[in-house]
Design a protein around this ligand. Structure first.
Ligand SMILES: O=C(O)CCC(=O)C(=O)O
Ligand SMILES: [Fe+2]
Length: 349
């Protein structure tokens, strides 16, 4: 099987010859080469609250070292997910295609509904994003019994590995959230912590961004410009690179560094912090054409009915925020996010 047979059919023309009729939006010509930038580094074993506060305030993103996730576990998870993602397209489509499976396979868009299925996007949206992946809601993982174990014993290894990785990454998210809350003097008495950051909402997405031939025209965007809706997102990328962040008015490349994790703050953290901290604007734009990019991304959210009150937004629950994002993606093709809840914004709803 050639590698392109494992890609969704809509990707194939684009990766091989850049057919001008291909349905992928070509991004703006690159006028300025995006420069590399060093993001702040946080050491989880010797956490410095001042550096953490500064990173959340000025950047909304930082690199985490001494995070305690065993290297062997991450490597094995990356290896198994890579193997599953390189299965033929049709096999991947069938992998979780049982009504009982909480896991799903998606491609062409990162915008999914709460069940993990791709959202139909508005007509103005660029049609296909050059990415595919598996969506894994961690709390539902114990109920996942693969009906395809005979054909794919790798699926059982994937489940075991992602469950263990999920335990580590949840521990990191909770401990970072508590540290961040301290830097904000945020009151976390009672069950406030688990309402703001509800472990049961945690999900992991394993992404693959395809390789492209030298003949392919232009650049195809891996993931469009966005902020995450989460409280905290934690990314493990491979050595290919492609993650870019906006700082000031400029785009910068975040270079991969072995055995580190990237933490970015999401919209919910921005709202909880009363806009003191930033939900970083980012995208994935792969410069290295010849290699695929693989990443494993964790997202965690507030409890669905958790009320978010802040001076810059009308009060809302996370469910309301999510419903608004989904409605905008479906009607406009893109997420508007927090401005929908800000009386000072032209997007206020
Ligand atoms: O693949 C990546 O590294 C980034 C993915 C991302 O930004 C997202 O899923 O929100
Ligand atoms: Fe993101």
């Amino acid at each position: 099987m050639s590698i392109s047979e494992s890609y969704p059919p809509a990707f194939r023309r684009v990766i091989s010859d850049g057919d001008p009729l291909a349905t992928v939006e070509e991004v703006e010509p690159v006028l300025v080469q995006d420069e590399d930038i060093q993001i702040p580094v946080i050491d989880l074993e010797r956490l410095d609250k001042d550096i953490l506060r500064e990173a959340c305030k000025e950047w909304g993103i930082f690199r985490l070292v001494n995070h305690g996730v065993p290297l062997a576990l991450t490597s094995r998870l990356q290896e198994i997910s890579g193997l599953l993602l390189s299965l033929p397209f049709e096999t991947k489509r069938e992998l979780f295609a049982t009504v009982k499976s909480p896991l799903s396979y998606f491609w062409g868009t990162p915008a999914l509904n709460p069940s993990g299925d791709a959202l139909k996007r508005g007509s103005q949206a660029s049609n296909v994003h050059m990415l595919e992946g598996f969506n894994v809601p961690l709390s539902k993982l114990p109920t996942f019994i693969s009906c395809d174990d005979d054909h794919n014993p790798k699926l059982e290894s994937f489940r075991v590995l992602i469950e263990e990785y999920g335990r580590h990454i949840t521990r990191i998210a909770v401990s970072l959230f508590e540290d961040i809350a301290q830097t904000l003097n945020l009151e976390l008495s009672g069950n406030r912590r688990s309402e703001y950051l509800s472990e049961s909402t945690g999900l992991i997405r394993v992404y693959r961004y395809p390789w492209r031939s030298d003949k392919a025209a232009g650049e195809a965007l891996g993931m469009e410009v966005h902020t995450d809706s989460s409280v905290i997102s934690i990314l493990k990328e491979d050595e290919t690179g492609g993650l870019e962040i906006m700082k000031g008015e400029e785009w910068f490349c975040v270079k991969p560094v072995a055995n580190t994790l990237i933490v970015n703050l999401g919209d919910m953290m921005q709202a909880i912090s009363d806009d003191e901290y930033k939900s970083v604007t980012h995208r994935v734009k792969k410069k290295n054409r010849e290699t695929e990019r693989h990443s494993v991304c964790y997202f965690v959210f507030p409890k669905r009915d958790c009320g978010i009150k802040s001076s810059n937004y009308k009060p809302f629950t996370y469910s309301e925020f999510e419903a608004q994002v989904q409605a905008d993606v479906q009607s406009l093709g893109t997420k508007i996010g927090l401005p929908r809840f800000s009386p000072n914004s032209p997007f206020f709803n």
